[in-house]
Design a protein around this ligand. Structure first.
Ligand SMILES: Cc1cc2nc3c(=O)[nH]c(=O)nc-3n(C[C@H](O)[C@H](O)[C@H](O)COP(=O)(O)OP(=O)(O)OC[C@H]3O[C@@H](n4cnc5c(N)ncnc54)[C@H](O)[C@@H]3O)c2cc1C
Length: 887
């Protein structure tokens, strides 16, 4: 039975004769609303769509300014839900114009007979949750009312144009236009003096077109943007071929990709490429005319690392200088205040070259801000410009503007959305809001939305929402509401993701910075389209995790919790490892496991360049041992850190933690000497411990030869290496030296007890498993020896040890013994700092260029080592010679 029938009976008393009662009310007839209506109907829901505009199209209905086009290739920026629709429509251009996209959306509306359920010219003005009947009551500006079980806002991320912030617009006697509300009949600009205010995507598209028509064009620019040539034309044959060759696979790859366009994940990092290779890649991307391509395909670090990003930004600035003839104008057009991609870059057609035209002037508002708009034109701090037309290309109150323009939206217990979002939008998955049952958003804040190909994101949202509504209906539930726990967890995950990218370093409409007084924060989900999709699926697979479900004849269900507790990149790494379906290491035998790890390490990104990397031999407890030395690029001598690699006393060698040693060498500006100590089962306890101690003594004795500062050394180690570092400190104290200034223990093994909570909670699923640890212990140390402090340092005497920095990871079996060691050190009077890394796993800090969220932790570790060495904690970045990458 369609729910409308149930609903209309239930809400008779609440509705007036003019109230339309439906299962679902959709607001907005753009890409999202149209597909929603189609899906809701197919799923058997009654639905009405309310749209302020006079027709379908959304963005493409309103944005009719000259030059308006999409900037994702149109074959990607299309619906994919119906293969027949796909073949029924052919795009004429690589980047279709606004009229063509509008025609497409009209074609879709007709094909699925959508208009009969759309009320045009109907603006939703308020929405109230009526708890008694468990329905939303919707009011509109033309008096029409709707009562619905589900209220779905497909109101668009970029549909609320931002009002101008300049005094005097009303005094202006000429014509005023907004790119986001361009007159349908067009605007005649020939022979006129035109001002364009704003150089975002719309301005950059419109300016070259206006310049061709107007007598004089003056562009007022506050913040320059990066723009790349679109090289528009027919859809490129290679992309079209890929799509038409295997449409289903192509679309699936888009759905699983980071940005919703099927480009592969780039793995090569900038420092693995020579200058010439980087330039070659850049030129190819410049010629390709594809935003997603240039944002994702140059080198893997361009979007996550300021150094990798600066290389691209410099190359684009070089292009701008090459195109724009006047050096002052070129400089003003060159962005320096944000990393490339942190603010939405634009695709252009002759944008920069337009400034070479004699009828075009650029006014740099950073140097001469607009003071006011007067009757005849615009006055800056230094000049006045008489104009006939002002075009505001000043963008949108993005992501939240259209939603909050429906005011009030009143949820459960009278909560107003404007209050709940007073400090920024709070959502669960960008789809729902705690306190607002049965309210859904399509591409809301907290979803990938504007950081993705929106066509792909919209389809995913719509499918997810309608699938859940149908499933709930079939199970007898009538309401669905996110819990506060789930929402807070999503906010944390959003913040973790935002730390991964450079978006946080730019003031943009992504962060609300373009609207005065708006709460600041990265609003779209930065974790990627594919990962986001898998999280949404995981919510369902985990029994609607984070949602409270109720219904009249069914017990309430609430499977409360946070869907992602891992750091986003840790989740990706563990996901990839799970996909590889590897046999457990402990089933491979010691040599087999070593060979496997050596092969596995070949696939990881190369470590960063340091001043010098060299090999040598030192004297261990029972003979020579290999070592690898990492020297900073700065002039020496440098303090020395003796480093012990991880691998459960069985695996690894002096170069197996190479990326970590390089990274820490750079961050500390210290020499790292990584010791190749002996391994079990060939050399069982106490070989590794005694080698660690002997190596430390040898290195301290040979500090000057190694280029180190005389005096105390430091020790550091990860996992079993952390165990060896801790033990070395105890032995050095007890055996009369060498002097150790500090110890860095990263996820150390400190005890032979396996019953702490972390051994149980994290026994499986996080790469280092309890089974693997048992195997390591068995190979290294017989049960009789396990309480010896040389393998269980927690059982040793702890007073008088050097200051320590102990890092532990939340999802690591070894977490609690690391914490126990730090606490025991502190109790014994040893100065200790702890880093309890939330959402991280055992390998987070050593997977240097895969787990980017490990950076802040490694900065803290480096600062601690510097403090232990008596240096100021802040590290001045050494000038890195990229050619040293080969070393
Ligand atoms: C110039 C421009 C170019 C773009 N190019 C691209 C691109 O290349 N690729 C890409 O992925 N994205 C692009 N976008 C983003 C674009 O907004 C989305 O791709 C997509 O069109 C959004 O569809 P939507 O249905 O979610 O929202 P919209 O298309 O914005 O539709 C929302 C609709 O809701 C209506 N509405 C809002 N509030 C109310 C209310 N209270 N009552 C009634 N109706 C209401 C609006 O009138 C509007 O019609 C572009 C945006 C702009 C502005």
């Amino acid at each position: 039975m369609p729910e409308a029938m149930v609903a209309s009976r239930a809400s008779d008393s609440a509705s007036s004769a003019t109230t339309q009662t439906v299962d679902a009310a959709v607001v907005g007839a753009g890409f999202a609303g149209l597909y929603l209506l189609h899906r809701l109907r197919k799923a058997g829901f009654s639905a009405v769509l309310l749209e302020e505009a006079g027709d379908v199209g959304g963005t493409w209905y309103w944005n009719r300014y000259p030059g308006a086009r999409c900037d994702i290739q149109t074959i990607d920026y299309s619906y994919s839900f119906d293969p027949e629709l796909e073949t029924a429509w052919k795009w004429s251009e690589k980047y279709a114009t606004q009229p063509e996209i509008l025609r497409y959306l009209g074609f879709v509306a007709d094909r699925y007979d959508l208009r009969r359920d759309i009320r045009f010219g109907t603006k939703v003005t308020s929405a109230t949750w009526d708890q008694a009947v468990q329905r939303w009551q919707i009011e509109t500006d033309n008096g029409a009312k709707v009562s619905c079980r589900y209220y779905i806002m497909a109101t668009g991320c970029l549909s609320a144009p931002k009002p101008p912030e300049i005094d005097g617009v009303k005094d202006f006697k000429g014509e005023v236009y907004f790119t986001g509300r361009w007159p349908h009949e067009g605007v005649k600009l020939a022979g006129k003096r035109v001002a364009v205010i704003g150089t975002g995507s719309s301005g950059i598209q419109a300016i070259p077109m206006i310049a061709q028509e107007a007598a004089q064009l003056t562009v007022f620019q506050r913040t320059p943007n990066f723009a790349l040539p679109a090289h528009n034309g027919a859809p490129p044959a290679d992309r079209l071929g890929a799509l038409e060759g295997d449409r289903a696979a192509y679309r699936e790859q888009a759905r699983l990709s980071m940005a919703g366009v099927p480009w592969p994940q780039q793995t090569v990092v900038s420092w693995q490429l020579s200058d010439a290779e980087r330039r070659e890649r850049f030129e190819a991307a410049w010629a390709a005319g594809d935003l997603v391509y240039i944002l994702t395909q140059l080198w893997a670090d361009q979007g996550v690392d300021v150094d990798g990003n600066k290389i691209v930004a410099d190359l684009i600035r070089e292009k701008i200088r090459g195109i724009v003839k006047d050096p002052e104008t070129a400089a003003a057009l060159s962005p320096h205040d944000h990393p490339f991609g942190a603010k939405r870059p634009c695709l252009d057609t002759n944008y920069y070259a337009t400034y070479n035209r004699p009828n075009v002037t650029l006014v740099n508002l950073r140097q001469e801000p607009i003071r006011a708009i007067a009757a005849t034109g615009i006055t800056t701090d230094t000049r006045s410009f008489d104009v006939d037309v002002i075009v505001f290309a000043t963008g949108f109150d993005a992501m939240t503007g259209a939603m909050l323009a429906v005011h009030p939206i009143t949820g459960r217990d009278g909560k107003a959305l404007s209050d709940v979002w007073a400090n920024g939008p709070q959502t669960y998955l960008g789809l729902t809001i705690a306190g607002f049952p049965n309210l859904f958003m399509i591409t809301g804040p907290g979803s990938p939305s504007v950081l993705s190909n929106m066509a792909v994101s919209i389809e995913q949202h719509v499918d997810w929402v309608v699938d859940q509504l149908a499933a709930l209906r079939d199970a007898g539930f009538t309401t669905m509401e996110a819990t506060e726990t789930a929402q807070a967890g999503w906010a944390q995950h959003m913040a973790d993701c935002a730390m991964l990218t450079l978006h946080r370093l730019a003031n943009t409409w992504y962060t609300g910075a373009n609207v005065p007084g708006k709460a600041q924060g990265v609003m779209p989900y930065t974790g990627g389209v594919g990962p986001y999709r898998s999280i949404c699926d995981e919510v369902v697979a985990s029994g609607m995790l984070g949602f409270r479900l109720t219904g009249p004849n069914i017990a309430e269900q609430c499977n409360d919790g946070e869907v992602v507790r891992l750091q986003p990149d840790v989740r990706l790494v563990l996901g990839l490892l799970a996909q590889m379906n590897l046999p457990p290491l402990e089933t491979m035998g010691a040599q087999g496991a070593r060979d496997f790890i050596t092969e596995f390490n070949k696939g990881r990104p190369a470590g960063r360049p340091v001043g010098e990397v060299g090999d040598g031999v030192l004297l261990g407890a029972d003979g020579p041992l290999q070592y690898k030395l990492y020297r900073p690029a700065t002039p020496g001598p440098h303090p020395i850190v003796v480093y012990f690699h991880g691998g459960g006393w069985v695996l690894g060698d002096q170069q197996s933690d190479d990326p970590f040693c390089r990274d820490m060498c750079r961050r500390t500006d210290m020499i790292f000497v990584s010791v190749g100590y002996r391994h079990a089962p060939e050399h069982r306890f106490p070989a590794a411990a005694e080698d660690g101690y002997a190596a430390t003594r040898w290195i301290a004795d040979h500090a000057a030869e190694l280029g180190g500062t005389p005096g105390p050394v430091l020790v550091a180690g990860w996992s079993a290496g952390g165990n060896i570092a801790a033990v070395t400190c105890q032995l050095a104290r007890d055996r009369g030296g060498p002097e150790i200034a500090g110890q860095l223990l990263v996820c150390p093994v400190t005890d032979c007890s396996f019953d702490r909570a972390s051994y149980i909670d994290n026994a499986t699923n996080y790469f280092v498993t309890r089974g693997l640890m048992f195997w390591f212990w068995d190979l290294y140390c017989s049960p009789a020896d396990r309480t010896d402090p040389r393998v269980s340092p927690l059982r040793g005497k702890l007073a008088g040890l050097p200051p320590a920095f102990v890092t532990t990871c939340e999802f690591d079996p070894l977490r609690d013994e690391g914490i126990a060691y730090a606490e025991a050190l502190a109790a014994a009077g040893v100065p200790v700092e702890q880093l309890k890394a939330r959402g991280h796993f055992h390998s987070s800090f050593t997977m240097v260029d895969m787990v980017i969220t490990g950076v802040p932790g490694r900065i803290k570790m480096a600062e601690a080592l510097r403090r232990f060495a008596g240096l100021p904690p802040e590290v001045k970045p050494a000038p890195q010679k990229l050619e040293a990458a080969a070393s």
